[in-house]
Design a protein around this ligand. Structure first.
Ligand code: HEM
Length: 125
């Protein structure tokens, strides 16, 4: 299940996605904003696959850490964990991630710095 895959994330982001500032940003209450932004759905998928290297601003706080990528998880596991995050809040009409969508995102390998550039192109509130 998505909750089982989320065990890989809980050590840093907290069992309930509450985060652990100043190093680990919250996911609960925040991922919904990423999903609402144009391009945010793809960005979220890229973070899990390839990781992220800061600096970023989340809920008014600065983070400048490094998240490792999880490309070693299966397409199905990544889809499950993304849908688990979306379970904490997603825009109306949200379509669950599919393993096929994850597979397609593996076509180009990105560095965590390149994923940051992707984030900088999002219009976040
Ligand atoms: C950032 C999800 C595992 C450390 C993020 C972001 C997401 C995310 C969506 C980006 C937030 C944003 O752009 O606003 C996940 C998921 C995980 C996971 C779903 C499990 C599959 C981990 C683990 C660590 C970690 C295990 C620690 C070793 C971080 C850090 C950042 C971050 C430090 C911020 C990076 C920066 O400052 O640029 N995570 N994460 N994450 N994650 Fe994770």
């Amino acid at each position: 299940t998505g909750a089982q895959v989320y065990a890989n994330c809980a050590g840093c982001h907290g069992p309930q996605g509450e985060g652990n500032p100043p190093t680990f940003p919250p996911l609960k209450g925040h991922v919904e904003k990423l999903l609402k932004a144009e391009g945010g759905r793809t960005y979220l998928l890229l973070v899990i696959l390839y990781g992220l290297q800061g600096p970023i601003r989340v809920e008014g706080k600065e983070y400048a850490g490094i998240m490792p990528g999880f490309a070693w998880l299966s397409d199905e596991e990544i889809a499950l964990v993304l849908n688990h995050l979306a379970g904490w809040g997603a825009p109306q009409g949200f379509k669950p991630y599919s393993p096929e969508e994850v597979k397609a995102a593996r076509a180009k390998t990105l560095s965590p710095e390149e994923v940051l550039k992707h984030r900088q192109g999002l219009k976040l509130p």
